[in-house]
Write a protein that binds this ligand. Structure first.
Ligand code: C5P
Length: 273
């Protein structure tokens, strides 16, 4: 039997004069998940009867693009570590290597901790939020295809349906009327909502994160994804089509939506029952 990496490589290469890179997927799962209100790390919150992280890992393995999955876990979370170890025993021969590391105080710290554990010989890294438990395989394939075609950075995006405005905190007389005032309207046709997995040439991502290590607290807090750091280097970031079911489970409403997606006609096939 061919390994998941080989079989995916065959599919990904079809029709394109490109070389499939050796890919590691970094999964950032060290967030507290406070906005979900469960009082436990988000990666452990049940979805369809299983922790969110298990869905995310199964999705990555099913996509067949990774030779290694590096997971940044909440520091000292023995339960999640045990679940990951159990999951790694389920993987078939030739499947991805699973590596667990302690995450950091910020998302970027967690990415850096995982990057330190990436095996030598890796060409490209996909950074994926554990909270995007239902990302379809096709999104992973589009990202890896763009890397194989020569992109140094690629992100999955979806169109924005709401009108988006910029605002400022009001003061003086305006503050008596409302807490914020509109300062502008961004042209919606140019806007995209950004998802993960975000794919990068390994050397580019390492350079971007090295630069970010000298950021002050305010600058660090403003970093919400990895592509931002690569943009700061002046490296072009390409955009491919994401998927609406690749939502980041953040609020109780997102969890209800994700449960509905699992139960609906597009239900994820590895959920039993
Ligand atoms: O909080 P936010 O929505 O930005 O989190 C996005 C992802 O980053 C989540 O999957 C979360 O687990 C992860 N994260 C992390 N380490 C942190 C903060 C967030 O791995 N310190």
């Amino acid at each position: 039997m061919s390994s998941p990496h080989e079989s995916a490589a065959a599919g990904l290469d079809s029709g394109a004069a490109s070389v499939t890179p050796a890919v590691a997927v970094v999964v950032v799962a060290a967030g507290s998940g406070q906005r979900l209100g469960y009082g436990i790390p988000k990666a452990r919150v049940p979805l369809g009867g299983e922790p969110i992280l298990m869905h995310t890992l199964r999705g990555i393995v099913a996509a067949g693009v990774a030779r290694q999955i590096c997971i940044a876990l909440p520091k000292g979370d023995g339960e999640l570590r045990r679940l990951c170890e159990e999951f790694s025993t389920e993987l078939v021969d030739g499947g991805p290597l699973l590596t667990m590391v302690d995450g950091g105080a910020t998302r970027a710290d967690s990415v850096r901790a995982a990057l330190r554990a990436v095996e030598s010989g890796t060409d490209a890294v996909l950074v994926h939020d554990a909270a995007r438990a239902l990302t379809p395989e096709t999104v992973f394939h589009r990202v890896v295809n763009a890397l194989a075609a020569g992109a140094a950075a690629v992100i999955p995006v979806i169109p924005v349906v709401d009108t988006v405005k910029t605002v400022a905190v009001t003061n003086g007389d305006d503050a008596r009327i409302a807490p914020e005032i509109v300062t502008g309207t961004a042209p919606r046709e140019d806007l995209r909502a950004v998802q993960t997995p975000q794919g990068f040439e390994l050397a580019t991502l390492l350079r971007a994160h090295e630069a970010a290590e000298s950021f002050d607290d305010e600058q660090s807090a403003a970093i919400t994804d990895d592509a931002m750091l690569v943009e700061l280097l002046g490296v072009p970031v390409h955009a491919v089509r994401g998927a609406s079911q690749s939502l980041k489970i953040t609020t109780p409403l997102d969890l209800i939506l994700a449960e509905g997606l699992l139960e609906g006609p597009l239900g994820i096939r590895w959920v039993e029952g």
